[in-house]
Ligand binder design. Structure first.
Ligand SMILES: NC(=O)C1=CN([C@@H]2O[C@H](COP(=O)(O)OP(=O)(O)OC[C@H]3O[C@@H](n4cnc5c(N)ncnc54)[C@H](O)[C@@H]3O)[C@@H](O)[C@H]2O)C=CC1
Ligand SMILES: O=C(O)[C@@H]1CCC=N1
Length: 283
């Protein structure tokens, strides 16, 4: 790896490769940034209808250097920072097609599940630094949770740059790369577990006679409000749960039924299975 200082011009041009669920979200969050550090933002997406949707969704930023193109190589040619957001299985072909297009000193930020920084580094020129990230879908409303880790040549200034880049997506934390599969199992896939729980709560409410609209509104607000409580400084989930649970009351009865059916171990098994799948994707 080339360990010279990264080339940094300001404002930095950003390219996002893949404008699907996650790439589209990240593209939108970067396009909306009002940070002088970043200038033009281009998304490379091979599906024309997706490109049109991305431009329509980010109309306010179009004309301020925000573009959608078909060819990833054209997007990367002018980019100081490249965000890779294609499916992990598509990443090798997408990176191979960028050969010869990279700017010297560009930074690659991959959000592909499972792909290690070492394997990403083996697919790009030596002078390209790599940071790996694992975001989640609430990033779409600025409430995401992302963990990042550096590749072998990425330094603190590269991590700071990625934190600034993802500032519009929500929380960003740094972890050691050995923990990225666990992050994927917990927060990367986590929104799906919470939504499965919401679906189950709504169905149970409907079974007990609530209208679907009322059941959905109550379930979603309960998740949102409880998350807000759990985010209060000094709060702890166990103490908050105990505060809901009156001796001999309704919650104790509900919790006993959930524990009997293994909710706790089911969630742990879900996180473990997702982490194992992440590791397998990178193998
Ligand atoms: N969806 C999620 O909740 C999360 C996804 N990720 C990661 O983000 C990556 C993308 O996932 P999604 O957005 O869910 O997938 P997606 O299928 O919605 O988006 C991928 C997009 O990339 C485009 N694409 C693929 N190859 C291309 C190429 N060579 N040139 C231009 N466009 C190309 C596809 O047309 C598609 O629109 C994956 O690696 C995944 O592991 C990470 C965290 C959460
Ligand atoms: O299901 C997946 O593979 C991606 C990675 C984390 C969330 N979604």
């Amino acid at each position: 790896m080339d360990n010279q200082a990264p080339i940094r011009r300001s404002p930095l041009t950003v390219a996002v490769i893949g404008g699907g669920v996650m790439g589209g979200t990240i593209f939108g969050a970067i396009a909306a940034l009002e940070d002088d550090l970043f200038g033009d933002v281009v998304v490379a997406e091979r599906v024309a209808a997706r490109r049109e949707a991305l431009l329509a969704d980010n109309r306010a930023a179009v004309g301020r250097g925000t573009r959608a193109v078909e060819d990833p190589a054209a997007a990367v040619a002018g980019a100081d920072v490249v965000v890779l957001a294609v499916k992990p299985q598509d990443a090798p072909a997408a990176l191979a097609a960028l050969d010869g297009s990279w700017r010297d000193g560009a930074l690659l930020v991959s959000v592909c599940a499972g792909l290690s920084t070492a394997s990403l580094e083996s697919m790009v020129p030596d002078a390209i630094r790599v940071v790996r990230g694992m975001p989640n879908t609430p990033a779409r409303i600025g409430e995401g949770a992302t963990a990042i880790c550096p590749g072998s040549a990425a330094g603190p200034e590269d991590l700071d740059l990625v934190v600034a880049l993802l500032a519009g997506t929500g929380l960003v934390v740094q972890v050691a790369e050995k923990h990225m599969d666990a992050v994927t199992g917990l927060s990367g896939s986590g929104p799906a577990y919470v939504l499965l729980a919401v679906e189950a709560l709504v169905e149970a409410g409907v079974e007990l006679g609530l209208t679907r609209d009322v059941a959905n509104a109550l379930a979603v607000q309960t998740v949102r409000g409880t998350a807000g409580l759990a985010q209060q400084p000094g709060s702890h989930p166990t103490l908050l749960r105990e505060a809901v649970t009156s001796p001999g009351g309704t919650t104790a009865a509900g919790l006993a039924a959930l524990e009997q059916r293994g909710l706790r171990s089911a969630l742990a098994a879900g996180v473990r299975a997702s982490a194992e799948r992440s590791a397998a994707l990178g193998a």
